[in-house]
Design a protein around this ligand. Structure first.
Ligand code: RB5
Length: 143
């Protein structure tokens, strides 16, 4: 599985940590930036990772900004993207189990590395439940 990563400056440090973790777990990672703490605009990076996942360059993505909110809004403007913010492990699990989120958004200013690592692992390791949720996800994708 190929995992795309992208962040603004608010999520940069956390992205770097999660990248190391994912490589350690044996995933192929594409880092779409940003590559420093210098201030940048999260919509640019949300569009970039959204298009990478929607276009098939990557299978899924993890996006980061200060809160996870801004970059998730940007990702969700790309057709085919279902990006979910997670601030706890239940949200990380449900983002996959019920919403089949193809991008997980995390906040570099609100989560510890340990929390973010836990959420990413839960999201990656959880299966989409299908059944009635497949119909709802299909309705989302038709919007
Ligand atoms: C940048 O200062 C901050 O606004 C951004 O990282 C993010 O939190 C926006 O939603």
């Amino acid at each position: 599985m190929i995992i795309a990563l992208a962040s603004d400056h608010g999520g940069f440090s956390l992205k770097e940590e999660i990248e190391k973790h994912l490589i350690g777990r044996g995933y192929e990672v594409i880092d779409l930036g940003t590559h420093s703490q210098e201030s940048v605009d999260y919509p640019v990076y949300g569009k970039r990772i959204g298009e990478a996942v929607a276009g098939g360059t990557a299978d899924v993505g993890v996006a980061f900004c200060g809160t996870g909110i801004g970059i998730s809004i940007a990702c969700n403007k790309v057709k085919g993207i279902r990006c979910a913010v997670a601030v706890n492990s239940y949200m990380a699990e449900m983002a996959k189990r019920h919403n089949n989120a193809n991008i997980l958004a995390l906040g570099g200013r609100i989560l510890s590395v340990e929390q973010a690592t836990e959420f990413v692992d839960i999201w990656l390791d959880t299966e989409f439940e299908e059944d009635r949720h497949a119909r709802r996800v299909r309705l989302l994708d038709e919007m």
